[in-house]
Design a protein around this ligand. Structure first.
Ligand code: ACO
Length: 330
């Protein structure tokens, strides 16, 4: 018997502090006009350094998702934590989140697929539910990207924001809000150097007493990433629609990864989704990497942009490169 996994609760959270484009004008040689027209971003939420970690943000989103599902932390069996900015290199952010939720004994682990982390974790959650129909899986995606942004580099520091999103995944018992109809993923490890944090891992280990330089922060080749993002997101979206015998007209709302409004516009145009069916909130959050999609889903639900009966298409792209596409039936 095949088990249809469902998402039975959604949540999101962003730190209180807002950094506007005007604030960034005081930090680097940039302008609100450049950032708005090139990216669509007007502001981003940023933690006060040292006050909140990724698991702190994830805790708030997870509490909201659990409340939405009518569940409590003690109902959980698994925690999957999508992030590229965990609290510490070791142990995992999932273990910190487990502790903050006041539970123990769960299978808890991190998963790094950069901006595609939520869909990679959702796929893993589907596998957990297929292995055990009683599984109650918390998928938390949370980033404190501000900790890995070079605040003197105008070409990257304007792009990113901090935030978290969460979803609770179970087998379908009739209480779900959205069925995961299908989900496919891909990657290409030939292009790792186009978007990365070079130092701090085993490739360029930290040196005792060494100085932190720009190699410890996010570096990207913007124009190349842009081209690959549009191309791969278009390809996987069309593959998923074809695989499920769906036309783009069968989709009620498109929720793409929020990296750049020009990427979103180009992708929607190529796939054939009209602008009124595309959900965009990058203006308020910036690019929150793994958290971008679950924040967008929870935000869209709060705004009633997603209603019962709607079929939602999600597509992501991130460092690696990694990509994915998913259809949710609400
Ligand atoms: N303010 C003012 N000028 C700037 C800024 C800034 N913040 N940043 C760059 N510029 C300048 C550049 O120096 C360059 O100047 P020059 O022509 O004198 O050399 C000019 O603006 C154009 O720079 P480009 O990099 O060519 O600008 P582009 O239009 O490609 O936009 C951007 C850059 C926004 C990064 C875009 O390429 C992009 O969004 N790329 C993909 C997004 C991305 O990498 N996201 C990371 C995660 S992966 C993902 O989420 C898909």
């Amino acid at each position: 018997m095949s088990i249809t996994p469902v998402i039975c609760g959604f949540g999101h959270y962003a730190p209180e502090k807002i950094v506007s484009n005007q604030d960034l004008e005081k930090l680097v040689d940039t302008s609100d006009e450049w950032i708005t027209t090139r990216t669509g971003i007007k502001q981003r939420h940023i933690v006060v350094p040292g006050e909140q970690s990724s698991s702190d943000l994830a805790l708030e989103a997870s509490k909201m998702a659990l409340a939405d599902a009518g569940l409590s932390p003690k109902d959980l069996t698994h925690i999957l934590f999508a992030t590229l900015t965990p609290d510490t290199y070791c142990p995992s952010a999932a273990c910190y989140l487990e502790q903050k939720l006041g539970v123990r004994g769960l299978m808890a682990m991190d998963l790094n697929a950069a901006c595609s982390g939520f869909l990679y974790s959702l796929q893993t959650a589907r596998a957990m539910v297929a292995l055990d129909p009683d599984a109650v899986v918390l998928v938390a995606a949370s980033e404190v990207l501000s900790s890995r942004v070079n605040w003197t580099d105008r070409s990257t520091c304007v792009l990113f924001g901090d935030g978290s999103g969460a979803a609770v995944v179970t087998a379908d018992t009739g209480a779900g809000k959205a069925q995961v109809l299908d989900l496919i993923l891909g990657s290409d490890g030939n292009l790792t150097d186009l978007l990365l944090i070079p130092a701090g891992g085993s490739r360029f280990p930290l040196e005792l007493g060494g100085t932190v330089d720009k190699e410890s922060y996010i570096q990207l080749n913007g124009p190349d990433v842009f081209k690959h993002a549009v191309r791969e997101m278009e390809a996987i979206t069309n593959t998923l629609l074809e695989k499920n015998g769906l036309a783009v007209e069968d989709i009620d709302l498109f929720v793409p990864h929020q990296a750049n409004v020009r990427i979103i516009d180009a992708l929607a145009k190529r796939v054939g989704v009209p602008p009124e069916k595309v959900f965009v909130n990058i203006d308020r959050y910036g690019n929150t990497s793994a958290a971008s999609v679950p924040i967008a889903l929870s935000d869209a639900l709060q705004q009633n942009a997603i209603q019962p009966g709607m079929r939602i298409l999600i597509t992501t792209f991130g460092a690696g490169f990694t990509w994915g596409s998913c259809i949710l039936q609400f």
